[in-house]
Design a protein around this ligand. Structure first.
Ligand SMILES: *Cc1c(COP(=O)(O)O)cnc(C)c1O
Length: 427
């Protein structure tokens, strides 16, 4: 697909350009295996000597079409779909890091990633240091060790809504010869293109806005193709030295700019298998067609509600990077000039009881842990996601007892504000 097309066009046409008489929608290849006429042809596939499909755990035409669509949207050279966002972040990291390595992770990050990095990867022998996205260059430099292999952060973080200074973090990462991985789930490529600012790898939980209908869990890794693994060959032996499981091929030599994403598919997906179902992927591909329209409305609804809440007497503060006066407003204007995301948070002056009464009084917005789909939903971190923490621990985590998180959906904004207004009266 032409790289000059706008995102709206890529969302509809990238990844699948039907030939004469072919299916207009991306076809669903709901098949585990693919047939070949000769033993030799299939042998070449196993040796990565030829391109083609043989088993859907590694590659599948439906999945590839949708992966290509997302790669095009991000401006990357290739992408791989995974069965969840968690698997995407796991694979993105362990495609580079192994036991004995170290990574730097933004502390304002999704709870699942926090556990993955801080607890599970530690058991694998991968150490980590968490630093705030507000860190100075010097503080980032100080987090580096000789065995540091990457930095990972979120373009706009779930749930803290902190904006990563992508260009600055990428510069520091590159000065140490390591890549920056950006989880772009909340902003989506419609609002933010991390590769333009120097990020090397992008990940997504497609479960959120990309699917957008709370229908299926999925993930994606996109490779910019820009990171020069060979220039720092000693740090990345997995990419720059022979892979014995493929007769000693060297990914950087054989696949050039596609080295990273090819290794992720042919090695990690082969051995660990977190493949999405083609049926789910088909739904994702269809959802992507309307992504730009949906994201625009999520953002305008969220901004209108944030503005309403900011002026409400029962609200102490509002977090919305697109709202003037927000701590991250200027970074959001730089990296996401057209909008940030549909998730906002606000603190009720009345604290815990008031927040619970507010939630219980809502009629349209539902209480749900999900975010980023068409239906507005709301959560009280102190009673839900952070329930195990004491009030003191909540303060330390930067979560006040009166904080509520709102994932603003696609309903008419006046209906949403009317619902919030009546619930705030009860709060
Ligand atoms: C939800 C989420 C994930 C995890 O994705 P799943 O699809 O739930 O596995 C990772 N990163 C971010 C920013 C998320 O919001």
């Amino acid at each position: 697909m032409s790289n000059n097309y706008h995102a709206e066009t890529k969302c509809i046409h990238s990844g699948w350009e039907p030939k004469n008489g072919e299916s207009r929608q991306i076809p669903i290849y709901q098949s585990t295996t693919f047939k070949y006429d000769s033993a030799d042809e299939m042998g070449k596939l196993f040796d990565l000597e030829a391109n083609g499909y043989f088993y859907s755990r590694l590659q599948n035409p439906t999945n590839d079409a949708v992966a290509t669509r997302i790669a095009d949207l991000e401006g990357g050279v290739g992408a791989m779909l995974t069965s969840s966002g968690q698997a995407a972040n796991l694979f993105a990291i362990i495609n580079i890091c192994e036991a004995g390595d170290h990574l730097i992770c933004a502390s304002e990050i999704y709870g699942g990633t926090l556990n993955l990095v801080g607890v599970t990867l530690k058991k694998f022998g991968i150490e980590s240091t968490f630093i705030s996205v507000d860190s100075t260059d010097e503080e980032i430099h100080n987090a580096f060790r000789p065995n540091t292999k990457l930095i990972i952060g979120e373009s706009v973080s779930n749930p803290a809504l902190a904006v990563l200074d992508i260009e600055r973090f990428a510069n520091v990462a590159h000065s140490h010869g390591v890549p920056l991985i950006v989880d772009n789930t909340f902003a989506t490529p419609i609002n933010c293109q991390p590769f333009k600012w120097g990020a090397d790898i992008v990940t997504h939980s497609t479960t959120k806005y990309m699917d957008g209908h709370a229908a299926q869990v999925g993930g994606c890794i996109v490779d910019s193709g820009n990171f020069d693994w060979e220039a720092h060959a000693d740090k990345f032996p997995g990419l720059t030295t022979p892979d014995e499981s493929y007769h000693g091929i060297v990914y950087t030599q054989k696949f050039g700019k596609l080295a990273y994403i090819t290794k992720a598919t042919s090695q990690l997906m082969r051995d660990l298998g977190s493949t999405p179902s083609p049926l789910s992927t088909f739904l994702l591909g269809m959802s992507l067609e309307s992504l730009p329209l949906r994201v625009e409305r999520h953002c305008s609804n969220a901004l209108a509600i944030a503005t309403y809440l900011k002026n409400h007497e029962k609200i102490a503060s509002v977090n919305c990077p697109a709202l003037e006066g927000d701590k991250y407003y200027s970074l959001a204007k730089k990296y996401m000039p057209n909008g940030v995301c549909g998730v906002i948070s606000a603190e009720l002056k009345g604290g815990r009881e008031s927040a619970v009464r507010f939630l219980d009084s809502l009629k349209l917005a539902s209480i749900a842990t999900h975010v980023a789909d068409a239906k507005t939903c709301v959560l009280h971190p102190a009673s839900h996601t952070h329930r195990q923490l004491t009030d003191e621990q909540l303060v330390e985590a930067g979560i006040s007892t009166g904080l509520i998180r709102l994932s603003v959906g696609l309903e008419h904004v006046e209906d949403l504000i009317a619902d919030i207004e009546q619930a705030l009266k009860q709060a």
